[in-house]
Design a protein around this ligand. Structure first.
Ligand code: ADP
Length: 352
């Protein structure tokens, strides 16, 4: 009785379902997941062939937990990274928007690797790509495949690629891809993780040779652990470095302005940027969060009760707040680690 006709990926239906599931009881969950399977059915009411041999609970898991219909990151939210943005535009967005032009010798690679320190915007880029290209976004952490899905990882990988091929254009983002495609071999390697890796490579091979509009993005902080097979399939490899001083300045301004809290002078901002050399984008976000609580802490120190506190009781966020927060929020990346990325980038990265 609940049949919903199948929708194209940009039809916008599954997003509603995911949000409907949130916070509802078991009945609602059962109802929605049922619909979720039905939505993948063809006009004949049958599941596409690729999905028929897959376990329904895995298809449901992919549709409800891994698929994200509204990644909600725009290109303009990402500070700096001009080189990466330009490459991604040419390699990914244009081909996804105009598959008719990008064929034959113009056909794009189907695998992209984003590597660099943690918290530098790799996931943001993945989400922004999906948004720009109006593609369905699938996010999975490879370490969850090896830890949480022991024994079922292989089947989940098949379900993931199967559902993605029914929701084209699609972007599959695999975080910590090194834990899946690492070169550490044999003795220590479990039979099950070897099978998982093989399955993953088979799936990649499958859509790489076909005309499917699926892009695989792998992200890693440890590119040196990837093996040759992984490098071969992830044809474009982009270094996503720590933010430059301008990018850090942009992050501070953008986050404070969003909340109407930006009152810093140019000189103050430059001062903060000098003090935050080596901070990642994510460290910067944590720093701004902490600094923005400074005025609140001060107001409370003056004896105002938190329940009676008015916005007007709080002074603007100042350089001093940032200086205090710098003692709390330390950089998460050690500068010696950066040499490894530079080296790997020179050897295997797309430098242009
Ligand atoms: P990664 O995938 O590289 O580990 P994320 O993309 O998940 O990092 O970034 C984590 C958070 O840090 C983001 O949600 C964002 O708030 C902030 N951030 C990181 N890099 C940037 C950037 N280049 N521009 C703006 N914000 C950033």
């Amino acid at each position: 009785g609940n049949f919903v006709p199948p929708m194209r990926s940009n039809g916008g239906n599954v997003g509603n379902i995911t949000s409907r599931v949130a916070g509802k009881g078991d009945d609602a969950l059962e109802d929605s997941t049922k619909t979720c399977l039905e939505m993948l059915c063809g006009p004949d009411g049958e599941l596409p062939e690729k999905l028929r041999n897959l376990e329904p609970h895995l298809i449901e898991h992919v549709s409800n937990e891994i698929m994200d219909r509204d990644p909600n990151v725009r290109w303009d939210d990402i500070a700096g990274l001009e080189h990466a943005k330009k490459c991604v535009m040419e390699m990914v967005i244009w081909p996804l928007l105009r598959p008719d032009i990008f064929r034959g010798c113009r056909s794009p690679g189907k695998g992209l690797l984003l590597f660099g320190p943690p918290g530098t915007g790799k996931t943001m880029i993945g989400k922004a790509i999906a948004g720009e290209a109006k593609a369905t976004f699938f996010y999975i952490s490879a370490s969850s495949l090896t830890s949480k899905w022991i024994g079922e990882g292989e089947k989940l990988v098949r379900a993931l690629f199967g559902v993605a091929s029914c929701r084209q254009p699609a972007v599959i983002f695999v975080d910590e891809i090194d834990s899946l495609l690492s070169q550490r071999k044999s003795e220590g390697e479990h039979e099950s993780s070897r099978r998982l890796k093989t399955q993953f490579l088979i799936e990649m091979e499958g859509f790489d040779s076909g005309s499917e509009q699926i892009l695989l993005i792998g992200a890693t902080n440890r590119p040196q652990e990837l093996d040759e097979a992984a490098r071969r399939r992830l044809t474009k490899r982009l270094y996503i470095p720590l933010p430059s001083s301008e990018a850090r300045s942009w992050i501070i301004r953008n986050l404070l302005e969003k909340d109407g809290l930006f009152k810093l002078s140019e000189e103050d901002i430059n001062g903060i940027c000098k003090l935050t050399e080596g901070y990642s984008g994510s460290d910067m976000k944590n720093l701004v969060k902490d600094a923005s609580i400074g005025p609140l802490r001060d107001a409370l120190k003056q004896g105002i009760e938190i329940t009676k506190l008015q916005k007007e009781d709080m002074r603007p966020v100042t350089l001093k707040d940032f200086e205090n927060s710098l003692k709390e929020v330390r950089p998460s990346v050690s500068l010696n680690e950066l040499g490894v990325y530079d080296e790997w980038n020179n050897q295997f990265g797309s430098l242009s």
